[in-house]
Ligand binder design. Structure first.
Ligand code: SAM
Length: 329
């Protein structure tokens, strides 16, 4: 279900579907719809049976009158609601990885480790319906839980999960020369690079995610040794913008103000900050350009321009993304 394009999705909720119960942007939960069951939260008690037949995106009321929205699952929402069995990749990194690796329907990708399956779910949507994601984790329980999630989300035909120590054994030889891309999220990714070069087709792309720059340095050494080209490192950071309303002065007014200022400075006379007022927006005389006189004779502040200013400090380091292209003869 998660891998289907929006236009191919069913529009109404049915028994067994996964829905994302949306309370607030920071409070969501994935729920499998079972007609005999109920969901209870701070907004009330909701019978799943009442959801069946409603369109995805609908607003449903509980027994006590509170409400929630029922959203169709997408990889983006799945990343917000999945159970964290490990650290995960978030949408800022995921979207960059998928576009830089140029994944598309039909692509073949290998990934290790699977972790909580956050990246895997987005990879699966990019390569569906004809491509495949081969994902490996050496932690058996994690691999099994991820497999259950992929089945729940209808991705079992696209994602193949295996338990494997990729740092020790590399990727399986059966994949040799077949893959368009390899993604590594491992503690010692440089150990998997000799195997990555074997499974990638010529010009296939590799991406490795590492939190520390020392890991990046060692990976780059291994990439150079194995004749990878176009090695590039990125850090994706979210920048916060402060949005506020500003009252800008008309250009002519600013020119007049500057002239007044210069004239006052020339004369070294009394305060140069004399306020010059032009006609207001309604065409009536106004006490100040930021105000308008209403028909009741009241003075009201004119709405200003919305301005966005970046907050200078950019936090949120998750890791570095190292990309490279395989050169195989
Ligand atoms: N990218 C994943 C996601 O978005 O959900 C998270 C990956 S998690 C940070 C790293 C995973 O690598 C863990 O699940 C761990 O078990 C696995 N791992 C560590 N060493 C490994 C190895 N030698 N072979 C395979 N998997 C390994």
């Amino acid at each position: 279900m998660l891998a289907r394009p929006v236009e191919e999705r069913r529009e109404t909720i049915q028994e067994g579907d996964v829905v994302i119960v949306y309370e607030r942007h920071d409070r969501m939960k994935a729920v499998s719809v079972r007609s005999g069951e109920e969901l209870s939260n701070r907004y009330g008690i909701f019978r799943h049976a009442d959801w069946i037949g409603n369109p995805f995106g609908c607003k449903v009321s509980g027994k006590a009158g509170g409400f929630v929205h029922l959203l169709a699952p997408t990889p983006e929402l799945w990343t917000c609601v999945l159970s964290h069995r490990t650290q995960i990749l978030y949408i800022a990194d995921i979207s960059f990885v998928i576009s830089y690796l140029e994944l598309r329907p039909g692509s073949l990708v290998a990934e290790s480790g699977t972790g909580s399956g956050s990246l895997t779910t987005s990879l699966a949507r990019s390569v569906a319906p004809t491509g495949h994601v081969y994902t490996f984790d050496f932690h058996e329980q994690r691999a099994n839980s991820a497999r259950q999630d992929f089945v729940k989300n209808g991705l079992e035909g696209i994602v193949m999960v295996d338990v494997r120590d990729v740092q020790g054994l590399g990727f399986p030889d059966t994949l040799n020369g077949k893959l368009d891309a390899v993604f590594l999220d491992l503690p010692q990714p440089w150990l998997a690079i000799p195997s990555a070069v074997k499974v990638l087709r010529c010009n296939g792309a590799l991406c490795s995610f590492s939190p520390c720059i020392e890991q990046v340095q060692r990976s780059c050494e291994a990439l150079r040794k194995h004749k990878f080209t176009d090695i590039r490192i990125f850090e994706v950071l979210m920048r916060t913008y402060e949005v506020r309303e500003e009252h800008l002065k008309p250009v002519q007014q600013e020119v007049t103000r500057q002239e007044t200022l210069e004239a006052s400075e020339d004369k070294l006379s009394s305060p140069p900050h004399k306020k010059v007022c032009l006609k207001g927006g309604t065409g009536q005389a106004s006490e100040c350009p930021d105000t308008v006189r209403t028909c009741e004779g009241l003075i009201r502040k004119k709405p200003g321009f919305r301005m966005a200013k970046p907050v200078p400090e950019t936090r949120g380091h998750t890791g570095y993304l190292t990309f490279a292209l395989a050169y195989t003869s």
